[in-house]
Design a protein around this ligand. Structure first.
Ligand code: ADP
Ligand code: MG
Ligand code: MG
Length: 247
């Protein structure tokens, strides 16, 4: 589904990704761990198509299509979802408006009819309830005044409504208390643990991986995958830190 080969990317002329290779197939969950500054968020932004991130070498295909040649909205329409490490506040745009526009844009790209206001609200309320987000919060401007944990859960409400094919989730677990962690973990499993979908789960901590069991765990250091393994690798990192693998 996602094939990243020898990806090099820079920001303001500073190389960040330095030959990253990763292959993700349908039905798989890949965890990416690594120290601060390794390039994990940069990977998410490059895959999402954020301006300012220049790819200088390598390739990325998504379902066989050249992902890097696509506009961000085309990537989203093709089924890519990026959950942000730091969700953005959008004053003046309600969650409901934002999500309905997003979903209907995606439906239009698949030649499906837009959902009516009523149909959409029903769906949005159901998804929000699963993430313990109340209906009143859906009416508020996107993420404005939300706590850190509410923002992260709100990202998962978006994911549930948009129902993507591939989710790149950047530290969705950070800032969550134990109960929220379980709720978010169950949400990821419910929406994304399917034979036709895949997840790239960027995390510093092994604890989310106890809820969302990864098929593969990769360690990203200085812009490259330096080790790959399974959940045991994540447990080893939790015990011994990144020093042991980054040497
Ligand atoms: P991680 O998510 O693994 O902690 P990031 O991808 O956020 O790492 O950052 C990787 C490196 O890129 C860091 O050294 C960071 O300081 C640098 N970086 C990120 N954004 C910018 C930017 N806009 N300009 C310059 N350097 C940046
Ligand atoms: Mg970080
Ligand atoms: Mg980061």
């Amino acid at each position: 589904m996602l094939q990243i080969d020898n990806l090099h990317a820079e920001i303001d002329g500073k190389p960040i990704l330095k030959g990253l290779t990763l292959s993700v197939s349908a039905g798989e969950v890949h965890a990416i761990m690594g120290p601060n500054g390794a390039g994990k968020s940069t990977l998410g932004y490059v895959l999402g198509g954020r301006p300012g991130y220049e790819v200088t070498d390598g390739s990325v295909t998504f379902d066989g299509r050249d992902l890097l040649g696509m506009e961000p909205h085309e990537r989203a329409a093709a089924g890519l979802f990026l959950g942000f490490q730091y969700p953005v506040e959008i004053p003046g745009v309600s969650n409901v408006q934002f999500l309905r526009e997003s979903l209907n844009a995606q439906r239009a790209s698949r030649d499906e009819k837009p959902l009516s206001g009523g149909e959409f609200l029903k769906l949005a309320r159901a998804e929000a309830a699963k993430l313990d987000i109340n209906a009143e919060m859906l009416k508020r401007p996107v993420n404005v005044g939300f706590s850190g944990g509410e923002k992260k859960r709100n990202e998962m409400v978006q994911m549930g409504i948009i129902d993507p094919k591939l989710a790149i989730l950047d530290e969705t677990d950070s800032g969550l208390d134990i109960d929220a962690l379980r709720i978010v973990g169950e949400g990821i499993n419910r929406v994304m643990r399917r034979p036709d979908k895949a997840v790239v789960l960027i995390t510093h901590y092994e604890r989310l991986l106890e809820y969302v069991a990864p098929d593969f765990v990769h360690v990203l250091v200085d812009g490259r995958v330096v080790r790959s393994g399974d959940i045991e690798l994540a447990r080893e990192l939790e015990r011994e830190g990144y020093g042991a693998v980054s040497a």
